[in-house]
Design a protein around this ligand. Sequence first.
Ligand code: FPP
Length: 254
Amino acid sequence: MSDRGSGLADIPADKLPRHLAIIMDGNGRWAQQRGLLRTSGHDAGAKTIRTVTTECARLGLEQLTLYAFSHENWKRPQREIDYLMRLLKRFLIGERPTLAENDVRLTAIGRLDSLPDAARAALDETIALSADNGGLNLCLALSYGARAELVDAFRVLGTRIAAGELAPEDIDEALISASLYQPGRDPDLLVRTAGEMRVSNFLLWQISYTELHVTDACWPDFDVAELHAALRAYATRTRKYGGLVDAPRDAVGP
Ligand code: FPP
């Protein structure tokens, strides 16, 4: 675990989330409040990704999963989609030195085949270039929808059953988790910016026991102080996973 420096020095390392997931919302509102085009909000949002990724790497988090483009975002006006895809390509190429400096490994989840060729090529190359980095896993959810992820997982399992490799009774929670786009640790903390109280089809299976933190700050304003406030709030939570904490043995029953 890295030196946590000022702001979080009093929080024990085991009170920080190992996997942080973020619904980055409010780029459009941030721009609107300043009389700017929505695209300026997306530009500012991309800069925030660098700030937050660098700080999460410095703090020694294992994974940061960012909802960068949802399955539903394809319904936006084509001009905005085109802008976001060009920005994604620029971002993926421009961030390569920062990923290397901070030992960050890029990965992605979602229906990546839906991305335009240029963005997909930049994604594949950045993933390959950063594959040996051993620090933070920065996972971008792109063309991602949690229901689509479950549909894709069930199709794989159904195909295996039809091929006789698997029996229906072999399906359990561990096998479903292992069939998702990127099996691994579920998020410990889910942050949503811009104040909306919903999960918007993000990681629905994986967030069953995840702690939630919603801030009114729009994503471009989500700075290191906002990140620290979210981590500080998480550190105060008692995670029970439906059980009891410090319950006397005989209070649990048979
Ligand atoms: C929502 O703002 C944000 C998104 C569409 C996803 C996040 C996108 C970025 C941070 C842009 C850059 C991303 C990459 C990976 C280069 P919104 O437009 O929904 O805001 P609003 O709800 O205020 O309109």
